[in-house]
Design a protein around this ligand. Structure first.
Ligand code: SF4
Length: 399
């Protein structure tokens, strides 16, 4: 239980909070059931209008001037929504500008070759998003003659476009009343209503229903952006800026001083430890490094150094040592890298070419490689893990 009513009354919180508390208390006592949400006076408009107006007024005044907000360009909105999933805005903003400069239209994206797409996506991570974006562009060009979908339901039919992305685009660009609920919005609602059960499917449905209920008819897209913006800039995960918050007087977690409990930590999947060896094949005479497009296994569909699992490493080392034109060295340091719930401990093997190979290599790790000048390689690597491998290699050979 997050608070008790008696103690809260003694603290003489504002009338509005008291009203909200009477309304929300059954929700907290009984869990986030949709029934209690439906019955809630709050949802019938007692304070919603006022709350929503304050939120939008705050957004109008304080929202960040991000490049994709300068115009209502549906293509830009789509690209930025996909880029922003699981990547911070500090990384997304320059990458977005570069992306739309090189691929200014959906036709350009649909026709973009794999190599160029990888380069433009490099640094954003989760490359599958770029592949899906391109598939979506091809669908729009080929099946819709280049016309963008104009509703939430139509966007859902675009490959790779999930409910969150569809809701964001439909509300922002098509002014459709459909709520976006991401991690920021879950946090804001959890705190506003002092809710704890927010990660279960019932909890998520309840929050979706609540946000849909309070979304205004006239500015649904701005409302969605305002909720997300509030979560990103004011109602932050750590150190929320409650004194600057436009919704402070409506916020139950603030009134009860239990913000740090709302929302509770998301239950994590158990971490899986992975041991990997990255092989840097280096042609010192031309200072070129070989990379590969990985087609299977861990990090498939990414470009980087050949990766070898712990089980394969001894065999691979023996094979590399048996090749007369290569000299093998295992770098002393290892580094850790996390991708979703995988904790990857990585070591680097350097296979330095001591003479030009005149025969085609016969072992699988040396097949399908292509050489890239060391000065150009950073932009070719798809993942942060590969960039860390490169850094370790560069540091070692700089000493
Ligand atoms: S008052 Fe604080 S905790 Fe409540 S919504 Fe605003 S920033 Fe979040």
């Amino acid at each position: 239980m997050l608070y008790d009513l008696h103690a809260l009354r003694k603290r003489k919180v504002t009338l509005k909070v008291s009203i909200a508390l009477r309304v929300i208390l059954p929700i907290c006592q009984n869990g986030n059931s949709l029934v209690t949400y439906e019955r809630s006076e709050l949802n019938r408009g007692l304070t919603v209008d006022c709350c929503t107006k304050k939120l939008i007024a705050w957004y109008d005044k304080h929202h960040r001037l991000l490049p994709w907000r300068q115009t209502r360009n549906i293509y830009h909105t789509w690209v930025c929504e996909v880029m922003s999933q699981q990547t911070t805005l500090a990384v997304v903003t320059p990458k977005f500008a570069e992306f739309v400069k090189h691929l200014p239209t959906v036709d350009d994206l649909a026709a973009c070759d794999e190599e160029k797409l990888r380069q433009l996506w490099s640094g954003l991570g989760y490359y599958a998003r770029a592949r899906n974006l391109k598939k979506g562009a091809q669908c729009i060009v080929e099946r819709r003659n280049g016309n963008f979908p104009q509703s939430y339901q139509e966007w859902l039919e675009i490959p790779g476009c999930g409910s969150y992305t569809a809701a964001a685009i439909a509300s922002i660009c098509c002014h459709e009343k459909v709520a976006c609920v991401d991690g920021n919005v879950i946090r804001v609602v959890s705190r506003l209503l002092a809710l704890q059960d927010v990660w279960s499917s019932l909890g998520k449905s309840a929050i979706q229903a609540y946000v849909t209920r309070i979304q205004p008819d006239n500015r649904p897209g701005d409302f969605n952006q305002a909720m997300m913006e509030l979560g990103a800039t004011v109602c932050r995960k750590t150190k929320p800026q409650c004194l600057l918050c436009p919704l402070q007087e409506h916020c139950l977690a603030f009134a009860k001083n239990c913000i740090e409990l709302c929302p509770p930590k998301k239950p994590r999947r158990d971490a899986v430890n992975v041991e990997l060896f990255a092989v840097v094949i280096w042609r010192k005479t031309t200072d070129a490094i070989a990379i590969v497009k990985r087609t299977k296994g861990f990090l498939s569909n990414t470009v980087g150094f050949p990766l070898v699992s712990e089980n394969e490493v001894e065999e691979t080392k023996n094979l590399l040592k048996s090749l007369p034109h290569l000299q093998l060295l295992e770098l002393p340091n290892r580094f850790s890298h996390s991708i979703t719930h995988h904790r990857i401990s990585t070591k680097v093997l350097v296979a330095q070419e001591i003479e030009n190979a005149s025969v085609a290599p016969q072992i699988h790790i040396l097949q399908d490689l292509y050489w890239v000048a060391r000065s150009d390689i950073n932009s070719k690597l798809s993942t942060s893990l590969d960039k860390k491998v490169l850094l370790l290699f560069q540091n070692y050979y700089a000493t």
